[in-house]
Structure formats: structure tokens, C-alpha cells
Design a protein around this ligand. Structure first.
Ligand SMILES: [Zn+2]
Length: 189
């Protein structure tokens, strides 16, 4: 589980009272299609095979994230950040107990440097700032607030996993608002 998901106060704990029925009298009708029903055939096909090493269209990624958001937003208002956090969780093995600023900065620099390994478009640059850092993403031929929303969670989780405290990530400029870049200002202690 991502550290962002674990953080108290960010997400309300689940309600555990009430009766649960998992299998009905007729198991054939106890089925849900859930999110798949709202996906195009191409996007739905991506959810059935491991995606880590294959490329999928940006459109499909956004479609999937938007559909997930639609289903879960009432329960997890920050579900997009959680999607991004889950991706950082997969990519960062070690979890640091206390802040390793050097490793964190190295990680964020490598995210910018090797961004073409996870995204075929755009330019990404990382700048160190006195209390954190700044990720600057430019020249995207495609963009979506859905994508930016999950990026915020990716950076938050990256900071938390490197032992950073009280992280904040704010997108101060965004290509979806007509700015030349998406700029993510990150602060941590
Ligand atoms: Zn943006």
C-alpha cells in the first residue's frame, strides 16, 4: 500500500459496521461489470494484461483514470493522487525511515532525466529549491488535468518513501490552463 494511502487524515477510515452478503442465492446474478462498462474496448483490453512493459495510448490511460475517479471519488476524493502514489510505490523499492535528501533529489532528477522511459513525449526538468524541488514538464502534445492530478500523488509518494515529512506538492502552472509548462512545486522537511 502506498504511504499516501496510509496517511491518517487524508482519507476517512472505512465504515466497518453493517451486514455483509458476498454470495447471493443465485450466484449467476451476483456479478458486476463495474468500471469496465464505461471503457472503450481498447482501454478495457489494457486492463486485462500487465501494462508495466507495454506502451498504451495516453488517451486510454486518461480514460481509465477518469473512469476510476468517477467510480471512487465519493469515497476517495483524492483517488487520482492515490493512483499516482501507487505507481511511485511500484517504482521505489526501499522505504527510508528518515529523510535521505540526497537520494530523494537523485530520484527526482532521474525521473526528469529518464522520463522518455515512461512517457514518449515532452521535456521534463528538475530543479532543486531551498525547501524542496520543482518539476517542470513542457512541450506536451497531449495533456489532461487527470494526468496532472495523478502526478501530484506520484511526487507526494516519492517524497514520503524517501523519508520526507509533511510533503506538499502544488501544480502552480499547467499546460491544461494554457501555460507553457506544468510546474510542480514540492516542499518537504
Ligand atoms: Zn498540468
Amino acid at each position: 500500500m502506498s504511504l499516501l494511502m496510509e496517511r491518517k487524515g487524508v482519507i476517512a477510515p472505512p465504515r466497518l459496521d453493517g451486514k455483509e452478503v458476498l454470495v447471493g442465492p443465485n450466484p449467476d446474478v451476483a456479478k458486476v461489470k463495474g468500471v469496465m462498462a464505461r471503457l472503450s474496448p481498447r482501454t478495457a483490453s489494457y486492463t486485462k494484461v500487465p501494462l508495466a512493459s507495454s506502451w498504451c495510448e495516453f488517451e486510454s490511460l486518461v480514460e481509465l483514470d477518469r473512469a476510476t475517479y468517477g467510480v471512487l471519488k465519493a469515497k476517495y476524493p483524492n483517488v487520482l493522487a492515490l493512483i499516482g502514489a501507487a505507481s511511485a510505490e511500484l517504482g521505489i523499492g526501499k522505504v527510508y525511515k528518515s529523510l535521505d535528501n540526497t537520494e530523494l533529489v537523485k530520484f527526482l532528477e532521474s525521473q526528469a532525466l529518464f522520463h522518455s522511459q515512461y512517457q514518449k513525449f515532452g521535456r521534463v526538468r528538475f530543479e532543486k529549491t531551498p525547501s524542496g524541488g520543482r518539476m517542470i514538464c513542457s512541450d506536451y502534445p497531449v495533456y489532461s488535468p487527470i494526468y496532472c492530478g495523478s502526478a501530484i500523488g506520484f511526487y507526494l509518494e516519492s517524497i514520503l518513501r524517501h523519508g520526507g515529512n509533511d510533503p506538499t506538492v502544488v501544480e502552480t502552472k499547467c499546460q491544461t490552463l494554457g501555460d507553457p509548462s506544468c510546474v510542480f512545486e514540492m516542499h518537504w522537511k
